[in-house]
Design a protein around this ligand. Structure first.
Ligand SMILES: C[S@@+](CC[C@H](N)C(=O)[O-])C[C@H]1O[C@@H](n2cnc3c(N)ncnc32)[C@H](O)[C@@H]1O
Length: 243
């Protein structure tokens, strides 16, 4: 299981359980990634229901009875028509500049009474709680700041808290949001995820002035159990389309 799934699936599936996913539903999992939520949904809606899983990269998504996989860019609309009884999108819209328009398209694709569940990261609360040295703490903050403000400019860390208002303005009912934040320590899932992010952004971080020595120290820190910090807040928002 990937780090994201390990961190987030318990919260996402608790929200889905509260929604009350039923056998026979037609579901859409957008930006399905490794497919853990696609499979969780398929286990509940099949044999009469289906889950349509969509991603730009479908290499980790396997078709099986009740799971339909589409390689597709959601900026071009949905690959299949609605209506859906449930649409789920986790850590997708925060990456997309036209996120508000896509959210409206998802509301439009719901069946009357259908549910939408959106899960996103925000970068609150921030802060190191323990590090081997003050210099390590400053290094962590610098790498995070450059990562968020310079490199990952296209990612919105405020969107997580905007989704509820957008869904309310779209006329959705039974709206709820849940926030989950916890600390992470070196060599556990959250820090290992940070390590992955920094590996993906290495060239950009070097271009932005972080040195190779600092990156090496950051990697050591993410594996050091003396390091502890708040990890990203995960905000889930769900609501139901009027009948
Ligand atoms: C951060 S991952 C999250 C994966 C999964 N939803 C999860 O939370 O475990 C974002 C996913 O969205 C997909 N993605 C990004 N942009 C996309 C687009 N424009 N259309 C379809 N999928 C996209 C990526 O390929 C990736 O699998």
């Amino acid at each position: 299981m990937g780090y994201l799934e390990e961190l987030l699936d318990p919260t996402t599936t608790a929200c889905l359980a509260e929604i009350g996913v039923e056998q026979g539903w037609r579901c859409l999992d957008l930006g399905a990634g490794g497919g853990s939520i696609t499979r969780w949904l398929a286990d509940r809606v099949t044999p009469t229901g289906t889950v349509v899983a969509v991603d730009l990269d479908t290499s980790h998504l396997a078709e099986r009875p009740g799971i339909e996989v589409h390689r597709h860019d959601v900026n071009d609309g949905l690959p299949v028509d609605g209506p859906f009884q449930l649409i789920h999108a986790r850590l997708l819209l925060l990456h997309l500049p036209n996120r508000a328009e896509i959210l409206q398209r998802l509301v439009d694709a719901l069946a009357p009474g259908g549910w939408l569940l959106i899960g996103e990261f925000s970068d609150r609360p921030r802060g190191v709680l323990s590090a081997p040295s003050a210099a390590d703490e400053r290094l962590y903050d610098r790498v995070q700041d450059i990562g968020h403000n310079t490199v990952a400019q296209a990612v919105s860390f405020t969107w997580a808290h905007d989704v509820h208002r957008h869904l309310s303005e779209a006329g959705m009912m039974n709206l709820h949001s849940l926030s989950h934040a916890r600390t992470t320590e070196g060599n556990t899932t959250g820090c290992l995820l940070n390590l992955n992010y920094v590996a993906q952004l290495e060239i950009q971080l070097l271009d932005a002035g972080i040195t190779r020595e600092e990156l090496a120290r950051y990697r050591d820190l993410m594996l050091d159990p003396r390091f502890r910090a708040w990890h990203y807040e995960f905000v889930c928002t769900w609501g139901q389309k009027r009948r």
